[in-house]
Design a protein around this ligand. Sequence first.
Ligand SMILES: *[C@@H]1O[C@H](CO)[C@@H](O)[C@H](O)[C@H]1NC(C)=O
Ligand SMILES: *[C@@H]1O[C@H](CO)[C@@H](O)[C@H](O)[C@H]1NC(C)=O
Ligand SMILES: *[C@@H]1O[C@H](CO)[C@@H](O)[C@H](O)[C@H]1NC(C)=O
Length: 548
Amino acid sequence: MNSLLGFTFILLALGSCRGLQDNDVDEEPELVFQPSKYGSLWPLPQNVQISDVSLKLSSSSFSITDAKESGAGASCGLLQLAYKRYYEYIFGGAKKQKVNRNARAGPTDLLELQVWITSPDSECDGYPSVSSDESYELTVDQPIAVLKAPKVWGALHGLETFSQLVYEDEYGTKTINSTVISDFPRFPHRGILLDTSRHFLPVKVILTNLEIMAMNKFNVFHWHIVDDPSFPYLSRTFPNLSQKGAYHPYTHVYTPADVKMVIEFARLRGIRVVSEFDTPGHTQSWGKGQTDLLTPCYSGSTPSGTFGPVNPILNSTYEFMTQFFKEISEVFPDAYIHLGGDEVSFACWQSNPDIQKFMEQQGFGKDYRKLESFYIQNRLLDIVAATNKGYIIWQEVFDNGVKLKPDTVVHVWIGSGSNSEISKVTAAGYTTILSAPWYLDYISIGQDWLNYYKVEPLNFNAGTEEQKKLVIGGEACMWGEYVDATNLTPRLWPRASAVAERLWSAKEVTDTGDAFSRLSLHRCRLVERGIPAEPLTPSFCLHEYKGI
Ligand SMILES: *[C@@H]1O[C@H](CO)[C@@H](O)[C@H](O)[C@H]1NC(C)=O
Ligand SMILES: *[C@@H]1O[C@H](CO)[C@@H](O)[C@H](O)[C@H]1NC(C)=O
Ligand SMILES: *[C@@H]1O[C@H](CO)[C@@H](O)[C@H](O)[C@H]1NC(C)=O
């Protein structure tokens, strides 16, 4: 799904060959680091007031605790694990020391962060969803800071924000300014797509990136888990799919335990895992372990030995899909499954005499979009709906006139500028996710994060207020043709952070100079936390990356 965008990016890349200048994107005035009044906060909260009153934190006296009134106490494992994580981030990996209550607190010390879940149901043991309450309020004052959130999801974001407020004074002492923040996301769907089919990504690398997503307040991991090149998902019902379709049947697969681990690791960070099983195209790897699933292509009147998209005319196809998606709906707890549906090539279908006969019988004429529609609309959507899941599809399914159920979410990946596609999809009344401007697998020299940052998702032609409400967010996509565990993390971060702020912060947050300063510090924070996030421009970090 890269062809159209590639063209634009080639032009961009040529443009920046002129002098290999650092800020050669869109004639940007040179970005100079100037301390922001918002410190290193990223993404910028909705309302922030940071005062000049600074307080010291000491690893021996500071602790993160449950407020007495909190609706989630010591029994909430999700919060207890988060307290430990953030304590370690704040004090640079120092393990939690025994809090010394008798230590004499100076008048300018911050002793405690109290976390107060204000609603009776904290959702501690639940899964995040598109309608989760992610809001929080944070007050930092001497001697106690208070983080209030209706649900654990907001508390997780508030802990990240708190950790971002801590900095080192000139003597290296951990310091935080007295601050008041109230915060909530602008869009509820803020995702990262990772592709584990073109290249296999070890589970550890996926977990690392989930951790970084949490540091950027992303809340959806779109797992493009299988595609043409390989099928690494180990299905309990159809083990031959990965046995035959993975790059390697034992080392390059995600076992049920792996998948469970990814989902729980994500949940503990407020992140949904939306799996994508793309059909009827992009399925070459499926065919290796499931005979008769794909359409045999013909050369003249004989089968050519190659296969095309899923064969939509066989009953066995739908028996397979019913069992397969039943399993998927049980393995992945999220309320949505991404069903793909992009880039279906009709050539193979056209070549096959049985398909031609079926087209005639159904009265489809020569319109193969009707056959695609038959597969998706008449059969697949019903199969998935029977599992009580909602579904997301790539925009072509909509473009090809497939009649969709009103609750379908359409994922827009083609088009730019006025976003005419988004305008068409929302005019038809569908909920929409935007990815077209955020294909981060395309790289160029210079500060291309600015291009991602400057996108305004709701700036489309003829968009009424009703239409704009249908845009629930977006996703940064990292397709895997040229990406594996060696380069995924630095290629993704901090470029995806630009998308994170666009989807979280208020619409008015567009000052690229201020963003540059905060993002530079945010990137250094990622580096300090051990993440190889690439630099924006010639500069240095106080704590440089030390290699693996
Ligand atoms: C924090 O307070 C110090 C003075 O104690 C001030 O110089 C600094 O600008 C403040 N930081 C922010 C982000 O406002
Ligand atoms: C897997 O494939 C082998 C042949 O390669 C076959 O014998 C076996 O029945 C298949 N298993 C399933 C569960 O389909
Ligand atoms: C496929 O299923 C339909 C309806 O269940 C049935 O009418 C039809 O005969 C079946 N086709 C084949 C080839 O088995």
